[in-house]
Design a protein around this ligand. Structure first.
Ligand code: HEM
Ligand SMILES: *[C@@H]1O[C@H](CO)[C@@H](O)[C@H](O)[C@H]1NC(C)=O
Ligand SMILES: *[C@@H]1O[C@H](CO)[C@@H](O)[C@H](O)[C@H]1NC(C)=O
Length: 500
């Protein structure tokens, strides 16, 4: 054979092999005779056209039928999108022992901040979750309550300088500055002052985190092929960011230990764990201590998990309240009445009594869940109840939170904003898996109480002093930023705000 023929035959063989490889990969669901969506080469059901991750699940959720899930493909990997709420309950709650993994990317050696509770699995996760859960009890929330109120009052004062007596504002960044200060204060014990100074270091790194995890090839590799990514020493976070958080935590711990400073905040609990002290009187079992790097990774996690989710929840709440003035008035009335009963003081008990505020936050989280899907991974082969289908070990499952929250069979007229959907009676009438804003089961959001607390305090302070209206720049309908992992309004959130 001449050279040309060799090259030609090699080329044809390689192309055929690739073709056979994909054909085999992409026949996974077809061979099993389940409900699935047809993939295309080579991205599976991901689209080349950039779309938000919620749109990926929406496309697939449309194929929901009486089967408990829709099979799909992420690149060449078959994945499961459950559509039955009973099946979701099996995964998240009943058969949790088989679905405790999230399969997140973590690389302790190259990228220490990634070794946080959200990303790690197995024994390491169990250890951290058991150790950290006691930091999030209602008792601990009560301790931290005054700190959050103090930051809210600073927020209120900052706003007074801007709104004189009315203004048109981009509120998303403003609210992110508020929650940055809250978490900075509660997780690091540091006054970040990003409210006064929009360019404070914490706010700078807060923005940087979300730049670093923007959906792109590196993140896709890390998320979907973590073992390869670890071998390639892929780092998610920039060295500058890692250094900043490690140093901040080291300095804070040093300072507190030298000066014997005790505060009612997350850092205090983390230091106790570092020193092997129990923070929960009931569990006196002596477990391994946390290292400084582990403390830093957890404080960092509280920071990233805590500020953006809560500030976008407040952003969407205010957006809907601006578009629905009657609901806004009703919320304000509740605040007025309860505060009167408590001599005008925003106490922990007063906040607990404002149930309508809580309902409207739940409704905002329903319509705009910051986390649009939940991830789990099978630890062992698992037979789906009442079917012949086996979920193989290692397979990924994506609970389509956004789609469930917008399913007209679960929430009639899903685009209507109605806090009355979350009266205790209405909640009882729905399947317990209908609301997944904080996930569910033993691996749900550990910071749920804190997230709700800071969101409530922020909204109460704002609604009590200011009225919100749409402005000519307010986007109706809302568009979402395709690059952001968390559901984020595109171009910020512009509202007219007026002092009461
Ligand atoms: C409105 C605010 C918040 C929302 C909507 C939210 C939402 C979520 C969701 C959906 C999950 C995944 C749950 C699952 O897979 O079942 C999660 C996990 C988590 N959240 Fe939140 N979150 C919020 C606030 C917070 C705050 C304030 C903190 C900490 C201070 C926090 C810390 C965490 C942690 C550590 C995890 C991982 C838990 C684990 O893997 O065991 N979150 N959150
Ligand atoms: C699966 O995804 C591919 C790529 O986006 C798309 O061409 C195909 O139509 C999708 N299938 C369904 C049923 O949505
Ligand atoms: C919030 O600021 C306004 C001025 O804009 C002030 O009247 C009000 O007393 C402040 N409320 C709190 C709780 O500090």
């Amino acid at each position: 054979m001449d050279t040309f023929s060799v090259v030609l035959w090699s080329f044809i063989s390689i192309v055929s092999l690739i073709f056979i490889y994909f054909k085999k990969k992409y026949s996974y669901w077809k061979d099993r005779g389940v409900n699935y969506v047809e993939p295309t080469f080579p991205l599976g059901n991901l689209s080349i056209r950039k779309e938000h991750f919620k749109d990926f699940t929406i496309k697939i959720y449309k194929h929901k039928n009486e089967d408990p899930f829709v099979g799909a493909y992420m690149l060449t990997k078959p994945i499961i999108i459950p559509t039955s709420l009973d099946f979701i309950q099996s995964i998240l709650v009943k058969d949790f022992s088989n679905f405790h993994e999230r399969g997140g990317y973590h690389n302790e050696a190259d990228d220490p901040l990634t070794a946080h509770m959200f990303a790690v699995d197995g024994e390491k996760w169990k250890f951290l979750r058991t150790k950290l859960s006691p930091t999030f009890t209602s008792g601990k929330m009560k301790f931290m309550f005054p700190t959050v109120v103090e930051v809210a009052n600073q927020f209120n004062a900052t706003l007074a300088d801007i709104v004189k007596p009315e203004a048109e504002l981009e509120i998303r960044d403003l609210l992110a500055r508020f929650t940055t200060d809250v978490i900075g204060s509660c997780a690091f014990g540091i006054e970040c002052n990003s409210l006064k100074d929009p360019n404070s270091v914490f706010r700078y790194y807060g923005r940087k985190v979300f730049e670093d995890i923007k959906v792109g090839p590196k993140i896709m590799l890390a998320l979907h092929y973590p073992n390869i990514a670890r071998k390639l020493h892929v780092k998610v976070f920039a060295a500058e960011l890692t250094e900043f958080f490690l140093n901040t935590v080291r300095e804070t711990i040093d300072y507190r230990e030298k000066n014997n400073v005790k505060r009612n905040d997350f850092m205090n609990f983390l230091i106790q764990l570092k020193n092997g002290e129990s923070i929960d009187d009931e569990s006196s079992n002596q477990m391994k201590k946390l290292t400084i790097e582990e403390v830093a990774a957890q404080a960092f996690l509280f920071f990233i998990a805590g500020f953006e989710t809560s500030s976008t929840t407040m952003t969407y709440s205010l957006y809907e309240l601006a578009l629905n003035p009657d609901i806004q008035e009703k919320a304000r009335q509740e605040i007025d009445e309860v505060l009167k009963k408590h001599e005008g003081k925003l106490t922990y008990e007063a906040v607990q009594e404002m149930t309508y505020i809580d309902q409207l936050i739940s409704e905002a989280l329903r319509k705009y869940p910051p986390v649009v899907f939940l991830n789990r991974k099978a630890a062992r082969d698992y037979q789906i109840p009442n079917t012949k289908t086996i979920i193989e070990k290692g397979m990924e499952i994506m609970m389509p939170v956004y789609c469930i929250h917008h399913d007209p069979e679960i929430y009639p007229n899903p685009e209507v904003f109605d806090p009355d959907r979350f009266t205790p009676e209405q909640i009882r009438n729905r399947h317990p898996m209908s609301f997944l804003g904080f996930g569910d089961g033993p691996r749900n959001c550990v910071g749920l109480r804190f997230g709700r607390m800071q969101t409530r305090i922020g909204l109460i302070t704002l609604l009590n002093n200011y009225r919100f209206r749409p402005s000519p720049k307010t986007a109706v309908p809302l568009m979402f930023d395709r690059n952001m992992a968390i559901l984020t309004p595109k171009g910020g959130m512009h509202l007219a705000i007026e002092k009461i």
